[in-house]
Design a protein around this ligand. Sequence first.
Ligand code: F6R
Length: 616
Amino acid sequence: MCGIVGGVAERNITAILIEGLKRLEYRGYDSAGFAVIDDDGVLQRLRRVGKVAELDQAQQQEPLAGRLGIAHTRWATHGAPSERNAHPHFSGGELAVVHNGIIENHEALRHQLKGLGYVFTSETDTEVIVHLLDHKLKMFGDLADALKAAVKELHGAYGLSVINAAQPDRLLAARSGSPLVIGLGLGENFLASDQLALRQVTDRFMYLEEGDIAEIRRDSVQIWDAAGQLVERETAQYHEGAEAADKGEYRHFMLKEIHEQPKVVQRTLEGRLGDRQVLVQAFGPQAAELFAKVRNVQIVACGTSYHAGMVARYWLEELAGIPCQVEVASEFRYRKVVVQPDTLFVTISQSGETADSLAALRNAKARTEGEGRYLASLAICNVGISSLVRESDLTLLTQAGPEIGVASTKAFTTQLVGLLLLTLSLGQVRGTLSSALEAELVDELRRLPTRLGEALAMDATVEKISEHFAEKHHTLFLGRGAQYPVAMEGALKLKEISYIHAEAYPAGELKHGPLALVDADMPVVTVAPNNELLEKLKSNLQEVRARGGELIVFADREAGIEDGEGTFIVSMPHIHDVLAPILYTLPLQLLSYYVAVLRGTDVDQPRNLAKSVTVE
Ligand code: F6R
């Protein structure tokens, strides 16, 4: 999704802006641009549809230099991807804006501004911001005052940055619903929508909060909060993730991130397991007291994170005996829900900035006593400084580290680990889980990183299997029980990065319709751990074979399923059934990765997708 980089320095910052945009490429975008104020005080701009590399090439052909500038990668929402719609947007020849988010009242503002004589050159919602700002600048004279007045008229979400050729020593920024971070340098300061963009120039960051407006100069930063009061925001030193921006020995970030899973699962477990118990305080000091009251769990998330929630439902009901509902955030946020008493509201998110998940959390928190309120909110999230974490009562941070590949991999498995820790904590505190079973699962969790390593050793086998899919157009994924959401996640990965149509079904549903699709051109992928549903699953597989369907089965090595004509078995390490969803996710990630490589798609930045979906 859109990215912002900006800076004010003594040196020419064009290369810093472009490098920053490159570091944000993983978020997904379709065009890019930047604007600088050159040494003659003239506002200059360059924009290109496509990759940042094309913008960079254009910049080398007609170099633009400046000590103050803003840059942007755009993911189209209002208006097609085109140079005209790419940011920065100008008003007159002096004012430039870049913007992440969506201005919901853009039509009304556009109408009003046209009435004032402003001429629009793009179809974007962003262009209303820059003209509105110009209008306010004419009224107030000072850029910060103009911005404070302008944002009062904006409805929707924004993280934005502004420069003005008439005031070339300052970079302005405003945040509401879309994150921004200031990077502090020596005699120079920067701004970005994600600190990763600025790791090349600083490791000291200041995070803007909701409603903040900042005026950034070379040697000072002033911040006003939503009430217009001057405030200080804490400075944080950033250590983590230095390695994340580098693919190392791997061809793609996705493959690197798949192989990081044993390590990041280990990190997610660190400090959270006692000898025979999960340490409930990992969820915060008041967690034990709160968890004791929980009688229901409502999970809300999007995409891959939603699939993690679906797995957790099986765990929560089976191991902790707690009724659990799971829903995608975009539906939940607009639905009139009936809240059961003592419901823990859980959001799951890699980024912690997903607009729908955040809105669902805010709706949940806004419920008053009369409507039925939630007991408390808990975020399972990978980004400690995210809005979701800041706005939740309790947090469990997954320790996946920055995830660069758009298709989520290590974030998912660490979320599953976090959700299993939650399940065991709830079972422990409420006395619904026997201490013997908890101790057994704690042991299994300790062994999990090793098991994941064993599953990854099958990389070459899965690569070979991927050849079956290269020419196919449709695939089915089957699973039973907690493996059904794993099948859903496998299907999502395949469609996201290889663009093959893939659907997941609970294996028992096959004969109720989808079996009609099965023929020799429809590979059927199945996950088959050795559990009590295995015999039933084997019958479902027979149903596929009888229709000529090709089967690819990831099966426990003790499952007794054998290779045969049209049946390809990938033997999996044996694992406790409760942890099987985590292990069986890995070969499905590898499968989609190798199929995408064979099909020559853009694995790390698949078409039309964005890493962090900060718009509705
Ligand atoms: C799929 C994927 C998306 C995200 C979804 C939610 O590979 O990455 O489906 O899972 O956009 O994002 P987060 O977890 O950041 O809330």
